[in-house]
Write a protein that binds this ligand. Structure first.
Ligand code: OGA
Ligand code: NI
Length: 368
């Protein structure tokens, strides 16, 4: 019998077509820089819908994503917090987690390192550029055709856990604290992800919690840099296209104070304002598969603004390569499974060969 291979990652997971560096493009102030031809690839045919809650009665108060106190969830007064988590997973797909036990210094250090990295000269960042056919490094993801509308952002994507998945030559060596900082951050966030998944397993009545906590076995990070965008196009550009996360569980750190994340809610787009020290958590597509649709991944996007740059850092959690994803028998019960079984490797390749487009990955996973 062979163990699930947690010490090897497949090499050819896919890649993205090369695209211009957006930070450099946005920084150009010469006359010829931001011509319609250059910007054409970023401008959407339709203006972005902005309506927050089209169905809300006039004067209704704006909703806020639920807040989960992890300390309380794991300690005594479990029931109330567990019920809050259950409804966050069933009804929202998004919540903020506070009292998570990650030292404030680690969060602040991580933010500082991400900001310092993106502030480096282009040539230094370009030394970490994605290699053809590779997903890790500095560049862009999910560009599969020359025709698709591009997002107004750059990103740095790295695999962080388990350590054997790391490609350390793509980890920044400047700022000099980056690697150590990412290591500490990664361990803390992975712990929180595991604890949340354990609480979800409890809520779902899944006896063997590892059926869910195994979704924290591997981890990757996506650091997003959204430059200010040209005034004339702000309503037709996006920093990140509407998508759900094709992963197990995402924990997002808002790096700079500028808002921008919006989630799909009641047919509109609801802005999320991070609480100080909180992480924003969302249910990924894989949890939707495992729970047979009981918990749903929710679409979200990032808007840009004309004045300020914005940075964020998403930490994704998944099962290890060598394992599979499929609806859990205990959750499916007497129902029909709605999603097919797929190996983590096949699933990952599907994700990296697709464009970021709403819940397209979920559609590909659905039975019939
Ligand atoms: C992501 C994401 C949102 C943001 O990286 O998957 O949804 O606010 N980011 O940057
Ligand atoms: Ni996302």
């Amino acid at each position: 019998m062979s163990d699930p291979m947690d010490d090897a990652k497949p090499r050819n997971l896919g890649g993205s077509l090369p695209v211009p560096n957006v930070q450099a493009l946005a920084a150009r102030t010469d006359e010829l820089a931001l011509t319609p031809t250059l910007l054409r690839r970023y401008v959407r045919p339709q203006p972005n819908t902005v309506d927050l809650r089209p169905d809300a009665p006039a004067g209704a108060e704006q909703e806020h994503v639920p807040v989960i106190d992890l300390g309380r969830l794991l300690a005594g007064g479990r029931d109330e917090e567990a019920a809050r988590l259950r409804s966050a997973c069933e009804d929202w797909g998004f919540f903020q987690v506070v009292n998570h036990g990650i030292p404030e210094e680690i969060l602040e250090e991580m933010k500082r390192n991400v900001m310092e990295f993106f502030a480096l000269p282009l040539a230094e960042k370009a030394a970490l550029a994605q290699e053809p056919g590779g997903v890790e490094g500095y560049g862009q993801a999910f560009v599969v055709s020359e025709e698709q509308t591009l997002d107004w952002a750059d990103m740095l994507f790295l695999l962080t856990q388990p350590p054997s998945y790391r490609d350390l030559h793509l980890w920044p060596s400047r700022p000099s604290t980056f690697k150590n900082c990412l290591e500490s951050y990664s361990v803390e966030v992975q712990r929180v992800a595991g604890e949340l998944l354990g609480a979800m397993a409890e809520n779902l009545g899944v006896r063997d919690h590892s059926d869910l906590t195994r979704l924290a076995a591997s981890q990757s990070v996506r650091m997003n840099y959204y430059p200010p965008c040209p005034e004339a196009h702000v309503d037709r550009m996006l920093g990140l296209s509407p998508h759900s996360d094709a992963v197990g569980l995402t924990l997002l750190l808002q790096v700079s104070p500028v808002p921008g994340l919006q989630i799909r809610r009641n047919g509109g787009w609801l802005p999320v304002t991070p609480l100080p020290g909180a992480l924003i958590v969302n249910v990924g597509d894989v949890i939707e598969v495992l729970t047979n649709g009981k918990y749903k991944s929710v679409e979200h996007r990032a808007v840009v603004n004309t004045r300020e740059e914005r940075m964020s850092m998403a930490t994704f959690h998944n099962g290890n390569f060598g394992t599979t994803y499929g609806p859990l028998k205990e959750v499916v019960g007497e129902e029909e499974p709605r999603y097919r079984n797929v190996s983590v490797e096949e699933y990952t390749k599907l994700v990296f060969s697709s464009k970021l487009d709403g819940k397209n990955i979920m559609d590909a996973m659905k039975i019939n």
